[in-house]
Design a binder for this molecule. Structure first.
Ligand SMILES: [Zn+2]
Length: 177
């Protein structure tokens, strides 16, 4: 397998980490750039495999990013990252999203359809909505919560009715004797 420039830099960084403590390495020496200038490099999220294009001068800080557990957040070696899958979750404002009918009924986004249709999962969709559409998301959420409270209340009412019927049942039975 041919090494990309990004992979070479990552290898050098791994080496640097290994010898850290022994001596302070001269990173300029480690990163002698012999490849032809290309301004962009590809790295891959070690969590999702998502390919991310970074400017060459951002390559080192990107590859040095660590996850909370201390492992690498990005790698230049695609084979070391999980296979990236395009998500299938749509933004609540996207055309054809499960929530769009409610959004239209509430009239909180007339004529605007969000193009985000490939979010990784429900959590990513929530983060996206909170960040990109904070006001509309709040209105949508409040409506949903209100609906849920009403549903809960109805369920409780039905439960109470069932309990009452149960309690009254034997009494009615005795009365009939
Ligand atoms: Zn959106």
């Amino acid at each position: 397998m041919t090494m990309t420039h990004a992979m070479e830099v990552e290898k050098a960084l791994d080496l640097k980490k290994q010898i850290q403590g022994l001596e302070a390495p001269d990173t300029d020496f480690l990163f002698q750039d012999t490849s032809p200038p290309a301004r962009w490099e590809w790295v891959y999220s070690t969590q999702t495999g998502e390919p991310i294009r970074v400017k060459r001068h951002r390559l080192i800080p990107t590859l040095e990013k660590r996850l909370p557990d201390g492992s690498k957040a990005f790698t230049a070696d695609k084979t070391a990252a999980p296979t990236y899958r395009l998500g299938e979750v749509k933004c609540f404002l996207a055309k054809g999203s499960d929530d769009r009918e409610v959004v239209d009924a509430l009239n909180i986004s007339p004529g605007y359809y969000c193009p985000a249709e490939h979010l990784a999962n429900d959590m990513a969709a929530t983060v996206h909505a909170e960040k990109r559409h904070p006001t509309r998301w709040r209105m949508f959420k409040e409506h949903k919560e209100k609906q849920e409270r009403e549903r809960d209340r109805e369920e409780r009412r039905a439960e109470l009715a069932a309990i009452r019927a149960l309690a009254e049942g034997p009494r009615r039975g005795r009365a009939a004797e």
